[in-house]
Design a protein around this ligand. Structure first.
Ligand code: ZN
Length: 280
C-alpha cells in the first residue's frame, strides 16, 4: 500500500496554525520527500504519498469547481476539473493534498469551489496558502521576484508582466498563483529588500499584518502604477477604453467553499462522477 513510507512526514493538525507554522509543516513535507526543485508535480506527489490513490479529471460544467477529494481509510480519490489548464490542475491538486494531510483523519469528502463559506474560511486559507508554499516556496520565490524586479523603474510594463509568466512556467502554476504570491508575501519581500536574510524573515499573515497596522506596497502595486503610467503618457483608443483595468490576472486569493445542497444534487447527476459525496 502506498503512502505508509511517507506518512511520518505529515503532522495532523491539532491547533490553529499561523502562516509561519504552516510553512514549517510544508517544509517538513518537502524535506521528507526531497522536493527541492521546481516544478513540483502534485499529481505525481499524490500518487507517491496517498493511500491507494486515484487521480482523474472530471468534466465539470463550471470552472468554479476546482477539485474534489474523497479520503477513505483504504483509498484516496481526487477529481480535478478537466476544463482547467494543466497548471491550474497542478495547483488545485496541491490544494487537495493539503486537505488530505491536515483536514480530517478518514472518510473526508470535499468539493472545493471558488467561493467560500464562513465555516470553511480557515481550512480553505490553509489549503490555498499551503499549496502555494508547497509549489512556490518563499525561499525560492522571494529572491527570484526581487531579482526580476531589480531596476524596475527602467523596465516596461510588458517586460515586468512577462517576468510573472516566466515564474508561473517555472513552477507550473497559474499566473494568478504568482500574482497572489506577490501580494501574500509583500511584507516578507519588503523585509528581504531591506537586507533581512531569508531565514530571519518574520512571516505573518495578512490578517495579522492588518491587526498590527502594517501596510506594504507589493510588486503588483508597482505593476499597476507602471501600467497606468505608460498608458497615461501614450493614450490609445484601447487603453482609454480600459484605463482602469490591469490585464494581469491580479485577482484575490481564490476562495473555496463546500458546495450548496443544490450544487451537490447537480454534481450527483453528472454521469462521469463516481464515488460517494457527502457534506459533513
Ligand atoms: Zn479546498
Amino acid at each position: 500500500m502506498r503512502g505508509q513510507q511517507t506518512s511520518s512526514c505529515i503532522t495532523k493538525m491539532a491547533d490553529i496554525w499561523t502562516k509561519a507554522e504552516l510553512y514549517i509543516q510544508v517544509d517538513k513535507i518537502r524535506d521528507k520527500l526531497h522536493l527541492r526543485k521546481a516544478p513540483i508535480d502534485s499529481i505525481a506527489l499524490i500518487k507517491n504519498v496517498c493511500v491507494n490513490p486515484y487521480v482523474t479529471t472530471i468534466g465539470f460544467e463550471s470552472k468554479s469547481i476546482c477539485g474534489m477529494l474523497v479520503k477513505g481509510q483504504q483509498s484516496t480519490y481526487i477529481g480535478l476539473n478537466a476544463n482547467h489548464t494543466p497548471a491550474q490542475q497542478n495547483y488545485y491538486c496541491a490544494h487537495e493534498f493539503i486537505h488530505y494531510c491536515y483536514h480530517g483523519d478518514d472518510d473526508l469528502v470535499l468539493v472545493c469551489c471558488d467561493q467560500i463559506s464562513p465555516g470553511n474560511m480557515y481550512s480553505e486559507w490553509q489549503a490555498n496558502e499551503g499549496a502555494a508554499e508547497l509549489l512556490v516556496p518563499y525561499r525560492q520565490f522571494i529572491p527570484a521576484i526581487t531579482g526580476l524586479f531589480c531596476g524596475y523603474p527602467d523596465k516596461k510594463f510588458k517586460d515586468l508582466y512577462g517576468l510573472l509568466n516566466e515564474l508561473a512556467y517555472r513552477h507550473n502554476v497559474p499566473k494568478t498563483t504568482i500574482s497572489n504570491r506577490i501580494d501574500t508575501l509583500a511584507y516578507e519581500i519588503c523585509q528581504y529588500t531591506r537586507g533581512v536574510p531569508l531565514d530571519k524573515l518574520e512571516i505573518i499573515s495578512a490578517k495579522e499584518q492588518k491587526r498590527r497596522g502594517i501596510s506594504v506596497k507589493s510588486y503588483n502595486d508597482i505593476l499597476r502604477e507602471k501600467y497606468q503610467s505608460e498608458n497615461t503618457r501614450r493614450p490609445t483608443k484601447q487603453t482609454q477604453a480600459h484605463s482602469s483595468t490591469v490585464p494581469m490576472g491580479n485577482v484575490p486569493v481564490r476562495e473555496l467553499q463546500m458546495p450548496t445542497p443544490e450544487q451537490l444534487k447537480r454534481l450527483r447527476r453528472r454521469k462521469r462522477m463516481t464515488g460517494r459525496i457527502e457534506v459533513t
